[in-house]
Design a protein around this ligand. Structure first.
Ligand SMILES: Nc1ncnc2c1ncn2[C@@H]1O[C@H](COP(=O)(O)OP(=O)(O)OP(=O)(O)O)[C@@H](O)[C@H]1O
Ligand SMILES: [Mg+2]
Length: 259
């Protein structure tokens, strides 16, 4: 029997859209899967979630059906609502219909995350950049937050504001990830400038060499980049950065995969 403490819940967050959260979430799932950790990705970008779409997984049950079944006391087995990608990665999809997003009650999301901690080594939560009640709740709920920023003045400034608010309310369990991989031509600020604007450290950097030219082809094929061995070889440095992130985030937790 595993205690709740052995599982890590990690939120992928940002203050701007399109900085690469979803692709990074998938890549980290690939890394944890390579480390033989049981991973659950919960897609909590409720209005425009793309995890199931990116992995080409067809589904009938999403987080909406899960929360409805909990509400109506007809919730079955947790595994009936998760979708399997490989032996290690499962997902809970975002609602198919964006109109269902506002009907997913926070109370049930809380219960779903708690239940997941008994079954998975790592729970990765993809979110969107709104500071809505769901995302505020998640910032408070998770063990670790990965803030994805890119080399963009507005993204950096809005992240600085958010980090200072978080510091005020004593949320310190975040790590800043500078993602230079989805827009390699955006390089106006140096690392020094970026730290100055953010007034915070960059904990990890994904370099612009991790810009994958044929990413659309891989996404159409439902591939996770970090599980593609030829790509993992080519992008050695960024692959090992992601390995380091995985190791840092699971430090102190039980390393035996859950069965
Ligand atoms: N390493 C990469 N190489 C090339 N393109 C990338 C890479 N990472 C992300 N992208 C592209 O950048 C775009 C934005 O990425 P993504 O959807 O992951 O961002 P996001 O932060 O989740 O966006 P949103 O806020 O809309 O959810 C996508 O078109 C994606 O294919
Ligand atoms: Mg996204």
């Amino acid at each position: 029997m595993h205690s709740i403490k052995n599982s890590k819940t990690i939120l992928f967050s940002s203050t701007k859209g399109g900085v690469g959260k979803t692709i990074f979430t998938l890549n980290m799932a690939g890394i944890f899967s390579a480390l033989e950790k049981k991973v659950l990705i919960i897609d909590l970008d409720l209005t425009s979630g793309a995890i199931a779409l990116s992995l080409n997984i067809k589904y009938n049950k999403s987080i909406y059906e899960m929360s409805e079944d909990l509400k109506n006391n007809v919730f079955g087995d947790f595994d009936d609502y998760t979708l399997k990608y490989n032996d290690y990665i499962s997902i809970i999809a975002a609602p198919k219909d964006p109109r269902e997003a506002s009907k997913v009650d926070l109370r049930y999301i809380d219960s779903i995350i708690d239940q997941a901690t008994f079954k998975y080594d790592v729970i990765l939560i993809d979110s969107n950049h709104d500071l809505n009640p769901l995302n505020l709740y998640l910032l408070d709920k998770v063990d670790d937050i990965l803030f994805v920023v890119n080399n963009d003045p507005l993204c950096l400034k809005s992240t600085r504001s958010l980090l200072s608010i978080l510091n005020n309310i004593e949320i310190n369990n975040y790590h800043v990830v500078l993602n230079n991989s989805n827009n390699p031509y955006k390089n106006y600020f140096s690392l020094y400038d970026i730290k100055n604007i953010l007034q915070a450290n960059i904990d990890y950097s994904i370099t612009n060499t991790f810009f994958i030219e044929n990413i659309d082809k891989l996404i159409m094929a439902g591939e996770i980049i970090t599980l593609n061995s030829s790509i993992a070889r080519t992008f050695n440095k960024d692959y090992s950065t992601m390995m380091t992130i995985a190791a840092d985030l699971t430090k102190g937790s039980d390393n035996n995969g859950k069965k």
